[in-house]
Design a protein. Structure first.
Length: 151
């Protein structure tokens, strides 16, 4: 018998060189599967930690406070600069756990954007309130921390 040699496929012994080749190929396959498994996940920007999503919520709070003070241009700037991208990230994260909640979040965000783009004022405050409510639910589902609005 060939002591110290492993038998593979049909009982033929594998020497150390062949065993190293088999192990290297196995490692290559595992690496390729791992890479291809993550290749389908597109990332549109730098990774954002879940705790960073609280900053998007706080930006919505600031936009709501600006709108309450009748400063729609400031509310628009705060929303787009501080909340818009974060809301997309929150929706992406939530979609894996609760697609209807992610859809509600995107609908509320779109309603706010439509109000900014229209001249029919009066509804923006209530739409920001709805976005705050849905954002809270989404952040809670992610276990993310955020500070409640104080406007």
């Amino acid at each position: 018998m060939n002591a110290g040699r492993r038998r593979w496929f049909g009982g033929a012994p594998l020497g150390p060189a062949k065993m190293a080749t088999v192990l290297a190929l196995a490692a290559l396959v595992v690496g390729a599967v791992t890479f291809l498994g993550s290749a389908g996940r597109q990332q549109t920007g730098p990774p954002q930690e879940v705790t960073g999503y609280g900053r998007a919520y706080e930006a919505i709070c600031r936009a709501r406070a600006a709108e309450q003070d009748d400063d729609t241009p400031a509310a628009r700037d705060v929303f787009y600069d501080g909340a818009h991208a974060g809301l997309h990230g929150i929706a992406d994260e939530v979609a894996g756990m609760d697609r209807p909640l992610a859809a509600d979040l995107l609908r509320a965000k779109n309603a706010v954007e439509a109000s900014f783009d229209s001249s029919a004022g009066g509804r923006l405050e209530s739409q920001l309130d709805e976005l705050l409510r849905v954002s809270q639910m989404a952040l809670e589902s992610l276990g993310a921390s955020y500070s409640l609005c104080t406007f």
